[in-house]
Design a binder for this molecule. Structure first.
Ligand code: PLP
Length: 335
Protein backbone atom coordinates (compact mmCIF):
# COMPACT_ATOMS: atom_id res chain seq x y z
CA UNK A 1 0.00 0.00 0.00
CA UNK A 2 2.92 2.32 0.74
CA UNK A 3 3.56 2.56 -3.03
CA UNK A 4 0.41 4.60 -3.52
CA UNK A 5 0.59 8.34 -2.93
CA UNK A 6 -1.61 9.43 -0.07
CA UNK A 7 -2.27 12.78 1.55
CA UNK A 8 -3.22 12.84 5.20
CA UNK A 9 -6.72 14.27 5.69
CA UNK A 10 -8.32 12.33 8.52
CA UNK A 11 -8.01 10.85 12.00
CA UNK A 12 -6.97 7.21 11.86
CA UNK A 13 -7.44 4.58 13.12
CA UNK A 14 -11.08 5.34 13.79
CA UNK A 15 -12.46 3.88 17.06
CA UNK A 16 -14.11 0.45 17.28
CA UNK A 17 -16.73 0.53 20.03
CA UNK A 18 -19.30 -1.89 21.44
CA UNK A 19 -23.01 -1.06 21.17
CA UNK A 20 -24.12 -2.94 24.25
CA UNK A 21 -27.48 -1.27 24.84
CA UNK A 22 -28.48 -2.01 21.27
CA UNK A 23 -27.13 -5.58 21.41
CA UNK A 24 -29.08 -6.26 24.60
CA UNK A 25 -32.23 -4.85 23.09
CA UNK A 26 -31.96 -6.99 19.96
CA UNK A 27 -30.79 -10.17 21.70
CA UNK A 28 -28.53 -11.34 18.86
CA UNK A 29 -24.74 -11.21 18.50
CA UNK A 30 -22.71 -8.53 20.22
CA UNK A 31 -22.83 -5.47 17.96
CA UNK A 32 -19.92 -3.11 17.46
CA UNK A 33 -19.54 0.13 15.54
CA UNK A 34 -16.48 1.12 13.52
CA UNK A 35 -16.54 4.90 13.76
CA UNK A 36 -15.78 6.08 10.24
CA UNK A 37 -18.17 8.92 11.02
CA UNK A 38 -15.20 10.20 13.07
CA UNK A 39 -12.68 10.50 10.25
CA UNK A 40 -12.36 14.19 10.99
CA UNK A 41 -12.61 16.13 7.78
CA UNK A 42 -15.72 18.38 7.83
CA UNK A 43 -17.87 16.30 10.21
CA UNK A 44 -16.40 13.03 8.93
CA UNK A 45 -17.59 10.09 6.90
CA UNK A 46 -16.33 7.36 4.63
CA UNK A 47 -15.22 9.61 1.77
CA UNK A 48 -12.20 10.84 3.78
CA UNK A 49 -10.38 7.52 3.35
CA UNK A 50 -10.98 7.59 -0.40
CA UNK A 51 -10.02 11.25 -0.71
CA UNK A 52 -6.64 10.63 0.91
CA UNK A 53 -5.70 8.67 -2.23
CA UNK A 54 -7.74 10.66 -4.76
CA UNK A 55 -6.42 14.05 -3.68
CA UNK A 56 -2.86 12.74 -3.68
CA UNK A 57 -3.44 11.62 -7.26
CA UNK A 58 -4.86 15.06 -8.10
CA UNK A 59 -1.72 16.68 -6.65
CA UNK A 60 0.46 14.27 -8.63
CA UNK A 61 -1.32 15.49 -11.77
CA UNK A 62 -0.67 19.12 -10.85
CA UNK A 63 -4.37 19.86 -10.37
CA UNK A 64 -5.48 23.24 -9.04
CA UNK A 65 -9.22 22.55 -9.31
CA UNK A 66 -11.33 19.57 -8.28
CA UNK A 67 -14.59 18.63 -9.97
CA UNK A 68 -16.98 16.08 -8.55
CA UNK A 69 -20.69 15.28 -8.47
CA UNK A 70 -23.36 13.82 -6.24
CA UNK A 71 -26.97 14.10 -5.13
CA UNK A 72 -28.11 17.39 -3.56
CA UNK A 73 -27.34 16.16 -0.02
CA UNK A 74 -24.15 14.38 -1.09
CA UNK A 75 -21.75 13.67 1.77
CA UNK A 76 -19.10 12.90 -0.81
CA UNK A 77 -19.41 16.36 -2.35
CA UNK A 78 -19.18 17.97 1.12
CA UNK A 79 -16.09 16.01 2.10
CA UNK A 80 -14.48 16.74 -1.27
CA UNK A 81 -15.07 20.49 -0.89
CA UNK A 82 -13.42 20.30 2.55
CA UNK A 83 -10.45 18.31 1.24
CA UNK A 84 -9.97 20.79 -1.61
CA UNK A 85 -10.11 23.69 0.86
CA UNK A 86 -7.50 22.03 3.09
CA UNK A 87 -5.16 21.49 0.14
CA UNK A 88 -5.68 24.96 -1.31
CA UNK A 89 -7.51 23.86 -4.44
CA UNK A 90 -10.68 25.21 -5.99
CA UNK A 91 -13.68 22.92 -6.00
CA UNK A 92 -16.64 22.70 -8.37
CA UNK A 93 -19.46 20.39 -7.48
CA UNK A 94 -22.40 19.37 -9.64
CA UNK A 95 -25.44 18.38 -7.61
CA UNK A 96 -28.11 16.17 -9.17
CA UNK A 97 -31.69 16.49 -7.99
CA UNK A 98 -32.46 12.80 -7.45
CA UNK A 99 -35.41 13.26 -5.10
CA UNK A 100 -37.46 16.10 -6.65
CA UNK A 101 -37.77 17.73 -3.21
CA UNK A 102 -38.37 21.49 -3.03
CA UNK A 103 -38.07 21.57 0.75
CA UNK A 104 -35.80 24.56 1.55
CA UNK A 105 -33.98 22.48 4.18
CA UNK A 106 -33.21 19.80 1.62
CA UNK A 107 -31.94 22.16 -1.04
CA UNK A 108 -30.09 24.64 1.21
CA UNK A 109 -29.32 23.18 4.62
CA UNK A 110 -27.27 20.16 5.74
CA UNK A 111 -24.50 19.27 3.32
CA UNK A 112 -25.42 22.09 0.92
CA UNK A 113 -24.76 24.65 3.66
CA UNK A 114 -21.40 23.03 4.40
CA UNK A 115 -20.44 22.86 0.69
CA UNK A 116 -20.90 26.60 0.55
CA UNK A 117 -19.02 27.26 3.80
CA UNK A 118 -16.07 25.35 2.34
CA UNK A 119 -16.12 27.77 -0.59
CA UNK A 120 -17.18 25.38 -3.35
CA UNK A 121 -18.79 26.52 -6.59
CA UNK A 122 -22.08 24.64 -6.81
CA UNK A 123 -24.22 24.07 -9.86
CA UNK A 124 -27.38 22.02 -9.91
CA UNK A 125 -28.63 19.54 -12.51
CA UNK A 126 -31.97 17.82 -13.01
CA UNK A 127 -32.53 14.19 -12.02
CA UNK A 128 -31.37 11.67 -14.63
CA UNK A 129 -28.71 14.00 -16.13
CA UNK A 130 -25.59 12.26 -17.44
CA UNK A 131 -23.40 13.60 -14.63
CA UNK A 132 -20.15 12.16 -15.99
CA UNK A 133 -20.71 14.00 -19.27
CA UNK A 134 -21.46 17.19 -17.32
CA UNK A 135 -18.22 16.84 -15.36
CA UNK A 136 -16.23 16.31 -18.57
CA UNK A 137 -17.82 19.38 -20.17
CA UNK A 138 -16.99 21.47 -17.10
CA UNK A 139 -13.41 20.13 -17.12
CA UNK A 140 -13.01 21.22 -20.74
CA UNK A 141 -14.32 24.71 -19.98
CA UNK A 142 -11.93 25.05 -17.04
CA UNK A 143 -9.01 23.75 -19.11
CA UNK A 144 -9.76 26.35 -21.77
CA UNK A 145 -9.63 28.97 -19.01
CA UNK A 146 -6.12 27.83 -18.11
CA UNK A 147 -6.98 25.78 -15.04
CA UNK A 148 -5.81 22.23 -14.35
CA UNK A 149 -8.94 20.34 -13.30
CA UNK A 150 -9.07 16.84 -11.82
CA UNK A 151 -12.34 14.92 -11.99
CA UNK A 152 -13.33 12.68 -9.09
CA UNK A 153 -16.19 10.28 -9.91
CA UNK A 154 -19.38 10.24 -7.83
CA UNK A 155 -18.74 8.81 -4.37
CA UNK A 156 -15.00 8.81 -5.08
CA UNK A 157 -15.59 5.27 -6.30
CA UNK A 158 -12.81 4.12 -8.58
CA UNK A 159 -9.77 1.91 -8.06
CA UNK A 160 -7.83 4.80 -6.51
CA UNK A 161 -10.53 5.83 -4.02
CA UNK A 162 -11.26 2.22 -3.07
CA UNK A 163 -7.68 1.91 -1.76
CA UNK A 164 -8.94 3.80 1.28
CA UNK A 165 -11.12 0.83 2.19
CA UNK A 166 -8.46 -1.73 1.31
CA UNK A 167 -6.58 0.00 4.11
CA UNK A 168 -9.60 0.05 6.38
CA UNK A 169 -9.90 -3.75 6.17
CA UNK A 170 -6.35 -4.07 7.47
CA UNK A 171 -6.90 -1.38 10.11
CA UNK A 172 -9.99 -3.16 11.44
CA UNK A 173 -8.28 -6.56 11.47
CA UNK A 174 -5.32 -5.13 13.40
CA UNK A 175 -7.62 -3.37 15.84
CA UNK A 176 -9.51 -6.60 16.50
CA UNK A 177 -6.32 -8.62 16.88
CA UNK A 178 -4.95 -6.03 19.30
CA UNK A 179 -7.89 -6.51 21.67
CA UNK A 180 -8.42 -10.24 21.11
CA UNK A 181 -11.74 -9.67 19.39
CA UNK A 182 -12.92 -12.17 16.76
CA UNK A 183 -15.08 -10.34 14.24
CA UNK A 184 -17.54 -12.62 12.47
CA UNK A 185 -19.28 -10.14 10.20
CA UNK A 186 -18.98 -6.59 8.92
CA UNK A 187 -22.06 -4.71 7.68
CA UNK A 188 -22.34 -1.28 6.03
CA UNK A 189 -24.40 0.82 3.64
CA UNK A 190 -23.34 0.45 -0.01
CA UNK A 191 -24.04 3.03 -2.73
CA UNK A 192 -21.52 3.94 -5.41
CA UNK A 193 -19.68 0.75 -4.32
CA UNK A 194 -16.16 1.98 -3.57
CA UNK A 195 -16.40 1.25 0.14
CA UNK A 196 -17.51 -2.34 -0.32
CA UNK A 197 -15.17 -2.95 -3.27
CA UNK A 198 -12.24 -1.75 -1.17
CA UNK A 199 -13.28 -3.92 1.78
CA UNK A 200 -13.78 -7.01 -0.40
CA UNK A 201 -10.32 -6.51 -1.88
CA UNK A 202 -8.70 -5.65 1.43
CA UNK A 203 -10.23 -8.61 3.29
CA UNK A 204 -9.14 -10.93 0.47
CA UNK A 205 -5.62 -9.50 0.58
CA UNK A 206 -5.25 -10.35 4.28
CA UNK A 207 -7.08 -13.68 3.82
CA UNK A 208 -9.70 -12.68 6.35
CA UNK A 209 -12.84 -14.79 6.66
CA UNK A 210 -14.95 -11.91 8.02
CA UNK A 211 -18.40 -12.15 6.40
CA UNK A 212 -18.99 -8.85 4.58
CA UNK A 213 -22.52 -7.65 3.86
CA UNK A 214 -23.48 -4.43 2.07
CA UNK A 215 -26.94 -2.94 2.55
CA UNK A 216 -27.98 -1.27 -0.70
CA UNK A 217 -29.40 2.26 -0.80
CA UNK A 218 -30.13 2.70 -4.50
CA UNK A 219 -29.73 -0.10 -7.06
CA UNK A 220 -31.38 -3.53 -7.08
CA UNK A 221 -29.30 -6.42 -5.72
CA UNK A 222 -27.96 -7.86 -8.96
CA UNK A 223 -26.82 -4.48 -10.25
CA UNK A 224 -25.32 -3.47 -6.90
CA UNK A 225 -23.36 -6.70 -6.53
CA UNK A 226 -22.11 -6.46 -10.10
CA UNK A 227 -20.91 -2.88 -9.53
CA UNK A 228 -19.07 -3.90 -6.37
CA UNK A 229 -17.57 -6.99 -8.03
CA UNK A 230 -16.37 -5.03 -11.09
CA UNK A 231 -14.76 -2.34 -8.97
CA UNK A 232 -13.21 -4.89 -6.58
CA UNK A 233 -11.54 -6.56 -9.57
CA UNK A 234 -10.25 -3.22 -10.83
CA UNK A 235 -9.02 -2.37 -7.34
CA UNK A 236 -7.20 -5.71 -7.07
CA UNK A 237 -5.59 -5.07 -10.50
CA UNK A 238 -4.56 -1.60 -9.37
CA UNK A 239 -3.06 -3.06 -6.19
CA UNK A 240 -1.10 -5.42 -8.40
CA UNK A 241 -0.88 -8.28 -5.92
CA UNK A 242 -2.51 -10.79 -8.27
CA UNK A 243 -5.41 -11.11 -5.83
CA UNK A 244 -8.37 -13.08 -7.24
CA UNK A 245 -11.72 -11.65 -6.16
CA UNK A 246 -14.38 -14.28 -5.48
CA UNK A 247 -17.83 -13.36 -6.76
CA UNK A 248 -19.25 -15.14 -3.69
CA UNK A 249 -17.50 -12.63 -1.41
CA UNK A 250 -19.71 -9.85 -2.79
CA UNK A 251 -23.05 -9.74 -0.98
CA UNK A 252 -25.57 -6.94 -1.07
CA UNK A 253 -29.01 -6.97 0.48
CA UNK A 254 -31.09 -4.32 -1.32
CA UNK A 255 -34.38 -4.89 0.51
CA UNK A 256 -34.12 -1.65 2.49
CA UNK A 257 -34.00 0.95 -0.31
CA UNK A 258 -37.74 1.67 -0.06
CA UNK A 259 -39.22 3.98 -2.71
CA UNK A 260 -35.78 5.10 -3.92
CA UNK A 261 -32.43 6.74 -3.29
CA UNK A 262 -32.62 9.46 -0.65
CA UNK A 263 -36.29 8.82 0.05
CA UNK A 264 -37.08 8.03 3.70
CA UNK A 265 -38.50 4.69 4.86
CA UNK A 266 -40.22 3.80 8.13
CA UNK A 267 -37.49 1.26 8.83
CA UNK A 268 -34.78 3.90 8.46
CA UNK A 269 -36.65 6.31 10.74
CA UNK A 270 -37.13 3.63 13.41
CA UNK A 271 -33.50 2.47 13.22
CA UNK A 272 -32.11 5.99 13.31
CA UNK A 273 -34.19 6.95 16.36
CA UNK A 274 -33.34 3.68 18.11
CA UNK A 275 -29.61 4.31 17.76
CA UNK A 276 -29.94 7.95 18.75
CA UNK A 277 -31.78 6.85 21.90
CA UNK A 278 -29.92 3.68 22.90
CA UNK A 279 -26.35 4.55 21.90
CA UNK A 280 -26.32 8.34 21.55
CA UNK A 281 -25.16 7.92 17.95
CA UNK A 282 -26.32 9.86 14.91
CA UNK A 283 -26.84 8.20 11.55
CA UNK A 284 -28.16 9.61 8.28
CA UNK A 285 -31.40 9.18 6.34
CA UNK A 286 -29.85 8.27 2.96
CA UNK A 287 -27.14 5.71 3.73
CA UNK A 288 -26.19 4.70 7.25
CA UNK A 289 -29.82 4.85 8.50
CA UNK A 290 -30.95 2.42 5.81
CA UNK A 291 -27.86 0.30 6.46
CA UNK A 292 -28.82 0.13 10.13
CA UNK A 293 -32.39 -0.78 9.25
CA UNK A 294 -30.92 -3.71 7.32
CA UNK A 295 -28.59 -4.68 10.17
CA UNK A 296 -31.36 -4.63 12.79
CA UNK A 297 -33.86 -6.49 10.62
CA UNK A 298 -31.32 -9.15 9.69
CA UNK A 299 -30.34 -9.63 13.36
CA UNK A 300 -34.03 -10.16 14.10
CA UNK A 301 -34.44 -12.57 11.17
CA UNK A 302 -31.51 -14.68 12.39
CA UNK A 303 -29.09 -13.94 9.53
CA UNK A 304 -26.22 -13.68 12.03
CA UNK A 305 -27.24 -16.67 14.17
CA UNK A 306 -24.19 -18.54 15.39
CA UNK A 307 -22.04 -15.43 15.14
CA UNK A 308 -20.68 -13.68 18.24
CA UNK A 309 -19.44 -10.31 17.04
CA UNK A 310 -20.88 -8.21 14.24
CA UNK A 311 -19.41 -4.82 13.33
CA UNK A 312 -21.41 -2.06 11.68
CA UNK A 313 -19.20 0.30 9.72
CA UNK A 314 -20.59 3.76 10.44
CA UNK A 315 -19.98 5.58 7.15
CA UNK A 316 -21.10 8.96 8.53
CA UNK A 317 -23.55 11.34 6.91
CA UNK A 318 -25.29 12.89 9.92
CA UNK A 319 -24.84 16.37 8.39
CA UNK A 320 -27.61 15.34 5.98
CA UNK A 321 -30.04 15.13 8.92
CA UNK A 322 -30.45 18.90 8.73
CA UNK A 323 -31.67 18.49 5.16
CA UNK A 324 -34.46 16.19 6.40
CA UNK A 325 -35.90 17.87 9.54
CA UNK A 326 -39.53 16.98 8.79
CA UNK A 327 -38.88 13.29 8.27
CA UNK A 328 -38.99 12.02 11.82
CA UNK A 329 -42.48 12.95 13.00
CA UNK A 330 -41.07 15.10 15.81
CA UNK A 331 -43.22 17.65 17.65
CA UNK A 332 -43.04 21.11 16.08
CA UNK A 333 -42.02 19.89 12.63
CA UNK A 334 -44.19 19.52 9.54
CA UNK A 335 -45.90 16.17 8.87
C1 PLP B 1 -21.18 7.57 0.20
C2 PLP B 1 -21.75 7.02 1.44
C3 PLP B 1 -21.97 5.64 1.60
C4 PLP B 1 -21.77 4.66 0.51
O1 PLP B 1 -20.43 4.42 0.17
P1 PLP B 1 -20.08 3.98 -1.31
O2 PLP B 1 -18.62 3.82 -1.30
O3 PLP B 1 -20.59 5.08 -2.20
O4 PLP B 1 -20.80 2.71 -1.60
C5 PLP B 1 -22.45 5.19 2.80
N1 PLP B 1 -22.74 6.04 3.80
C6 PLP B 1 -22.56 7.37 3.69
C7 PLP B 1 -22.93 8.22 4.84
C8 PLP B 1 -22.07 7.90 2.51
O5 PLP B 1 -21.91 9.23 2.40
Amino acid sequence: MARFPKVRLGHFPTPLEPMDRLSEKLGGPRLWVKRDDCTGLSSGGNKTRKLEYLMADAQKHGADTIITQGATQSNHARQTTAAAAKLGMECHILLEDRTGSNDPSYILNGNVLLDQLHGATISKRGGGTDMNAEMQALAETLLAEGRTPYVIPGGGSNAIGALGYVNCARELAEQAAGTGLRIDALVHATGSSGTQAGLVTGLAAIQSDIHLLGIGVRAPQEKQEQMVFDLAQKTADHLGTGQIIQRSAVRANCDYVGPGYGLPTDGMIGALKLLAQTEGLLFDPVYSGKGLDGLIDQVQKGYFDGMDNVVFLHTGGSAALFGYPDTFGLPGYKE
